[in-house]
Design a protein around this ligand. Structure first.
Ligand code: M6R
Length: 610
């Protein structure tokens, strides 16, 4: 995820900005840059790779000013290269930005038809041109020009802007991406995150959505985009740097579980067209012709991403009515599989670098199949090899156990199913709209569930001494049973198995007794009655049940020892909610056991070997 730092004061800005960016390094980035105002003009330095490269560039070309903005970029629009690195410049304006400008394509066309020559592939450069145009068209201050530009921008942003004609000023704004202002004695700062500012001040003002601020060395003015003056007292932050990196959470994994509403929102951003009951084709990169001509969707993936593809298969079959298969990439690569030119191979990978998935993609391509990558890391190996890419925008995931990338993958795959269904006329506009509406509501429903997280602490205590746990689910609950079990075993080292509930009586039922907790995905969906029968079979053998169920379900309340309740939602979107309590359960069990939650033994975040 990108990082922003800004400084206005009397010390040299560049080293302060570099230090601030270093404090954000843990979040991951692929390029970095600075814009420094030396009192007369703005100078820019941008480098690809780690901050050491920016530091070297700075030594070779020192920047002298006492006002500046800095950025570490984690690519979302455009490859990670120097041209796409921030700051972006238009006329005398330099901008750094976090987030996604939803209407960037429309704005790009509009600017180009106005004669503007855009140099990068980024959405950020567009913001720089909008501010510059507003200044050229008569806005008298940078503050007003930024306000004018923001009125044209839709989407998520935290931006910091400097301008050659106004030394001593940084203008910042936020909508759905964090932006914090740090109040110093003779200097003020801004940043996307608290750790970037902690060395300089602990007094911080947090901007709200729809607000912008003018930051000078001794004064900060905040207004809403609509012109209302905002008076907000600073908060004193007493976090240590380690706590600050984790946003106050004990582990990155817990932070990332709580980031899921935003990860899903960002993945949906600018892609869903509710009015048309459709998904934007240019974001998926598959032409309508290809969508209509494919005869099979063949998912390949590993681990958690593989679990997402099982849900993807169900959605593709239900909504797009295309035969779909799912296979672990490690099996595909050595099985001498048969692909055809009318296959759409969908390779799902958080990192985009997993060796087995990459090998499966190569095998598919060699036989002429079309490949769509669903990845979280822009320009990683799998998207580079694919014919098209649908990126999840979960931001970098640091915890080895994948959480927010999983729910972002689910959102992407459901959008893919809708896109294919609409092109193939197997899905009506009305049903597509209902599914997309339900999907858009998920982030807020997740927020509500996360608010109930403390309830799982007590349940987790009951699991700590278990040696084996069985997870059961059917239909769209099946991949969640697999994922719940994987999360528990990865971080708590408790043996756990996920099973299709209907398969239980073909073997695993032999395991059940009063010592084996059974976690069941049991929302009120079309398979509810079937799952309840399985739950009764478990109860009959003294099994202790933890069920994730729908609020108001009295039948499951009588059978289960512990319940976690969900709101009633459309069946198609259920996996995005049902997985959350299982992630939290695994987290709290592991935390009670005192394991290394973020870096569990024997596991690597990216598996680039067989
Ligand atoms: O980067 P990928 O999504 O391709 O990674 C696949 C698996 O290695 C990954 O999901 C792994 O299972 C995680 N540790 C799950 O938490």
């Amino acid at each position: 995820m990108c990082g922003i730092v800004g400084y206005v004061g009397s010390s040299l800005a560049a080293p302060i900005l570099l230090d601030g960016l270093r404090r954000l390094e843990y979040r991951g980035y692929d390029s970095a840059g600075l814009a420094i105002h030396d009192g007369k003009q703005i100078e820019i330095l941008r480098t690809v790779g780690k901050l050491g490269r920016l530091s070297e560039a700075l030594r070779a070309h020192p920047l002298q000013g006492t006002v500046g903005i800095g950025h570490t970029r984690w690519a979302t629009h455009g490859r990670p290269n120097e041209v796409n690195a921030h700051p972006h410049v238009a006329g005398g304006v330099a901008v750094v930005h976090n987030g996604i400008i939803e209407n960037h394509l429309a704005l790009r066309h509009e600017l180009e038809s106005d004669g503007v020559k855009l140099l990068s592939d980024t959405d950020t450069e567009i913001a720089a041109h909008l501010v510059n145009r507003a200044l050229s068209n008569g806005c008298s201050t940078l503050f007003e020009a930024v306000r004018h530009a923001l009125r044209q921008i839709q989407g998520a942003y935290a931006i910091a802007v400097v301008c050659a004609s106004e030394p001593g000023v940084i203008v910042v704004a936020r909508n759905a991406s964090p932006l914090v202002i740090g109040l110093g004695d003779d200097a003020n700062l801004c940043g996307s995150d608290i750790p970037a500012l902690l060395d300089h001040t602990r007094n911080m003002v947090f901007l709200d959505d729809g607000e912008l601020a003018e930051i000078r060395a001794k004064q900060v003015r905040i207004e809403t985009v609509d012109g209302r003056v905002v008076q907000r007292p600073p908060k004193h932050i007493d976090w240590n740097p380690m706590m600050a990196e984790k946003g106050g959470f004990k582990h990155f994994m817990l932070k990332e579980i709580h980031e899921q509403p935003r990860a899903v929102e960002d993945t949906l951003r600018g892609r869903v067209n509710l009015a048309a009951g459709d998904v934007a084709g240019e974001e998926i990169g598959l032409s309508a012709e290809v969508a209509r001509s494919i005869t099979r969707v063949y998912f390949v993936a590993c681990g958690t991403s593989y679990h997402a593809t099982i849900a993807g298969r169900y959605w593709i079959e239900q909504l797009a009515r295309v035969p779909a298969v799912v296979e672990m990439a490690s099996e595909v690569r050595y099985r001498d599989p048969v692909f055809t030119p009318t296959d759409l191979v969908v390779a799902v990978s958080q990192s985009g670098e997993t060796a087995d998935t990459l090998a499966a993609v190569k095998a598919a391509r060699a036989q002429g199949a079309k490949v769509l990558a669903v990845a979280n890391v822009l320009d990683s190996a799998i998207p580079r090899l694919a014919d098209a890419s649908l990126y999840t925008h979960a931001g970098p995931e640091i915890g080895v156990a994948s959480t927010k990338c999983f729910t972002a993958q689910l959102a992407a795959l459901l959008m893919l199913a809708v896109y294919l269904g609409r092109r193939r006329e197997s899905l009506t506009e009305e049903r597509a709209r209902q599914v997309l509406q339900a999907l858009i509501e998920i982030p807020n429903q997740m927020r509500t569930l996360l608010g109930q997280a403390p309830y799982l602490l007590g349940i987790a205590k009951r699991f700590v001494n278990a040696t084996d746990v069985l997870y059961l689910g059917r239909g769209l609950g099946f991949p969640i049973a697999l994922e719940g079990a994987l999360k528990l075993k990865e971080i708590s080292y408790i043996h756990a198995e996920g099973y299709a509930a209907g398969e239980m009586k073909h073997g695993p039922i032999a395991l059940i007794d009063e010592n084996v907790p059974v976690a069941v995905v049991c929302p009120r969906d079309s398979l509810y009655e079937k799952v309840i029968s399985n739950v009764q079979e478990v109860r009959a053998r003294e099994g202790r049940i933890f069920a994730v169920a729908t609020s108001g379900d009295s039948a499951i309340a009588e059978l289960a020892e512990h319940l976690f309740l969900l709101p009633e939602v459309r069946e198609e979107v259920l996996p995005l909610l049902t997985v959350v309590p299982f992630q939290l359960l695994a987290y709290h069990v592991a935390d009670y056991k005192g394991t290394d939650v973020d870096q569990p033994r024997n596991l690597a975040k990216t598996v680039t070997v067989e």
